[in-house]
Design a protein around this ligand. Structure first.
Ligand code: HEM
Length: 241
């Protein structure tokens, strides 16, 4: 009998954990860092520089982000290829969510690949071909120049929404699968909470994307600590009274 990857207990649990612990936490931190663009280029560049100055950064990236991401996405694509969508037979919400989780997973595989080649490595022809890695002082201007292109902005907005939904619904599936949320009412409430989290993360991520086009992004300027204009230089020479 052929082995089904989706039935391999340990790999399945590892897939759930990698989605939540390193990758979920990374996404929260990443959206928070991106939001620093709301307060201007210098503020964002400083945040990126602080990340670049973390000791053992390359090892943290490899073992904390890239390897979990590789395992989570490759195993996720394998599960998706074995999925049997039944939305046509049963129109229940959960069946649609089941399909959406797989569809967003496959989209994210392509999006994250594009995103890494674009900003991390500066390798997408026709976009700013300068990597943010190693160029913290140009980080804002690299992202901002690519985000001037409407198609790039749209791809990133879709990437943010897909990640926010995939992660938030992943929290729900995790809570049910690990027996943390059992009763029907509790599951309904948890699902509503996760949907609200997906909306919140999407709003924060989309606003951060717009912040590379105008200060504060889509937020009213009154709610955002816009960068203060540099103080005027004192007049040179002695002042006469
Ligand atoms: C507003 C949208 C986004 C912006 C402006 C953005 C910006 C950036 C930048 C500038 C980098 C390079 C950091 C560096 O090399 O120092 C980066 C890396 C990365 N981004 Fe995003 N990002 C966005 C959305 C996303 C989304 C939705 C995901 C999905 C999980 C994601 C996942 C990653 C990953 C995995 C890295 C590599 C991290 C590393 O090299 O340590 N990003 N992003």
């Amino acid at each position: 009998m052929a082995i089904k990857f989706s039935n391999t207990f340990l790999l399945r649990k590892l897939h759930q954990i990698t989605g939540i612990v390193p990758l979920g936490i990374f996404f929260f931190v990443h959206m928070f860092t991106n939001s620093k663009a709301m307060n201007g280029a210098a503020n964002f560049d400083k945040a990126v520089k602080e990340i670049h100055d973390i000791p053992y950064l390359l090892l943290i990236e490899i073992f904390g982000i890239f390897l979990p991401l590789l395992f989570h996405s490759v195993y996720g694509v394998l599960i998706s290829s074995e999925a049997k969508p039944n939305v046509m037979n049963y129109g229940y919400g959960r069946n649609w969510f089941y399909m959406l989780q797989r569809a967003t997973g496959i989209f994210l595989f392509l999006f994250i690949l594009f995103h890494l080649l674009n900003l991390r490595f500066g390798l997408i022809p026709g976009l700013t071909e300068v990597a943010v890695a190693g160029n913290a002082d140009k980080a804002f201007s690299i992202v901002a120049s690519d985000f001037q292109k409407t198609w790039v902005l749209i791809v990133y907005i879709l990437g943010v929404i897909a990640t926010a939904w995939h992660l938030a619904y992943g929290f729900f599936l995790f809570a049910v699968d690990w027996g943390i949320v059992i009763g029907e009412k509790a599951q309904k409430m948890t699902l509503a909470g996760c949907a609200a989290l997906a909306v919140l993360l999407s709003v924060v991520g989309i606003n951060a994307a717009f912040a590379f086009r105008s200060p504060c992004g889509l937020m009213p300027k009154a709610l955002c600590e816009a960068p203060a204009a540099p103080a005027k230089a004192a007049p040179a020479g002695p002042t006469k009274f």
